[in-house]
Design a binder for this molecule. Structure first.
Ligand SMILES: NC(=O)C1=CN([C@@H]2O[C@H](COP(=O)(O)OP(=O)(O)OC[C@H]3O[C@@H](n4cnc5c(N)ncnc54)[C@H](OP(=O)(O)O)[C@@H]3O)[C@@H](O)[C@H]2O)C=CC1
Ligand SMILES: CC(C)CCC[C@@H](C)[C@H]1CC[C@H]2C3=C(CC[C@]12C)[C@@]1(C)CCC(=O)[C@@H](C)[C@@H]1CC3
Length: 332
């Protein structure tokens, strides 16, 4: 039976590179590109079909930042497919990023320089805003929309007859200190991206605890630093081009500079090939590229305790109920 794979944010960057790699591995897949912009989705589909003419590539309209769109898309998935084998939760945003140049140069001269290059800890802030549902946009896009999607697709993901997988594209920028259980949407801080990625790490741990027995397995990856629209939003592409030789030099010291979307998708692709029972539910799987350009995957334990993931899960369920009850915009 053909495997059904859904990828959110599949029209560019790491998501699109993953799709390309999945079709190279198994052209029999039913691959569904879940995107908010159908013109970009069509272009991505056309590009994939150029190299894989016989592939089955479906398009699904999904804006993960809009709760109505998530509910409609989930309904559509339920009418199209009888099961979902892989759900890649890859769509993500980092709006209005600001680099703290002072902290960058200070960090450069410190013993933590390598760590700074792989996590950007203390370097980046963003300006978030409310979306039409009244939720913080970064939280809604990077985390909550995906949570709601999983919940709506549970009948297809949690089937005793077979195992299903969800895979989160998280980040090494996920940080415990940026997240607060009293402010899960990060309304009051300046690091909504770090907060949302840390929340996705915790949610994955909670999902494994609650759903493994129903055949659903969740994993988390970090693609490393990859040149995509997201990073071109931090500093412009000409600047990245200018410092590219330095980037390759830094790769000698940290293998987290994967740079190309193909390399960045390594851990996502690797997980596709693994048996879920062999995976560590508390690990983040990192895409890494050596100085000589060899790609590999390494697990790292996540900075997540035993109790907090369950608390977050309960809060997300509460918010889900609230959103569904108040289906008017701007009420939350
Ligand atoms: N690049 C990097 O260095 C790193 C990236 N990541 C993560 O990787 C993931 C992919 O990002 P990347 O490939 O780098 O960047 P891109 O901007 O190229 O890709 C992001 C994708 O998400 C889509 N997207 C954004 N918002 C929504 C939404 N509301 N609904 C549906 N789709 C949406 C974008 O669609 P559209 O084209 O319409 O904007 C795009 O297809 C993100 O989760 C990001 O946080 C993690 C660590 C490092
Ligand atoms: C302008 C300065 C002279 C040079 C600044 C360099 C920074 C822009 C980069 C250094 C480490 C980078 C980094 C990321 C973004 C760009 C840097 C801050 C990420 C936060 C991108 C998204 C992720 O999720 C992380 C894994 C990246 C970590 C490293």
């Amino acid at each position: 039976m053909e495997r059904v794979v859904i990828v959110t944010g599949a029209n560019s960057g790491i998501g699109l590179a993953l799709c390309e790699r999945l079709l190279t591995e198994d052209v029999q897949l039913r691959l569904c590109l879940a995107c908010r912009n159908m013109q970009r989705a069509e272009a991505a589909r056309a590009a994939l079909l150029t190299s894989h003419a016989d592939a089955h590539v479906d398009l699904l309209h999904l804006d993960v930042g809009s709760m109505k769109s998530v509910l409609d898309a989930a309904q559509e998935v339920k009418t199209r497919y009888r099961k979902v084998d892989f759900l890649y939760l890859n769509a993500g945003i980092m709006p209005n990023p600001q680099v703290n140049i002072g902290a960058f140069f200070k960090g450069l001269l410190s013993r933590n320089a390598i760590r700074m290059f792989s996590t950007a800890e203390g370097l980046l802030t963003q300006q978030d805003r409310l979306n039409a549902d009244g939720l913080q946009e970064v939280f809604a896009t990077n985390l909550f929309g995906h949570f709601l999607l999983i919940r709506e697709l549970e009948p297809l993901l949690c089937q005793s007859s077979h195992t299903s997988r969800v895979v989160w594209t998280s980040s090494s920028n996920a940080s415990h200190s940026a997240f607060s259980m009293e402010d899960i949407q990060h309304r009051n801080g300046t690091e909504p991206y770090s907060s949302s990625k840390y929340a996705s790490d915790m949610l994955s741990v909670a999902l494994n605890r609650q759903k493994n027995s129903q055949g659903l397995f969740s994993s988390v990856i970090c693609p490393g630093l990859v040149m995509t629209n997201l990073t071109y939003g931090i500093v412009p592409s000409f600047f990245w081009t200018l410092i590219m030789p330095i980037m390759y030099l830094i790769r000698v010291f940290t293998n987290t500079f994967t740079i190309s979307p193909y390399n960045g998708a390594e851990a996502l692709f690797w997980l596709f090939l693994q048996k879920p029972e062999s995976l560590d539910p508390r690990a983040k799987y990192h895409s890494l590229t050596s100085a000589l350009g060899r790609n590999y995957v390494q697990p790292q334990q996540m900075d997540v305790d035993n109790e907090t993931p369950e608390v977050l899960f309960a809060k997300l369920l509460e918010l889900e109920n609230f959103v569904k009850k108040n289906d008017h915009v701007g009420y939350i």
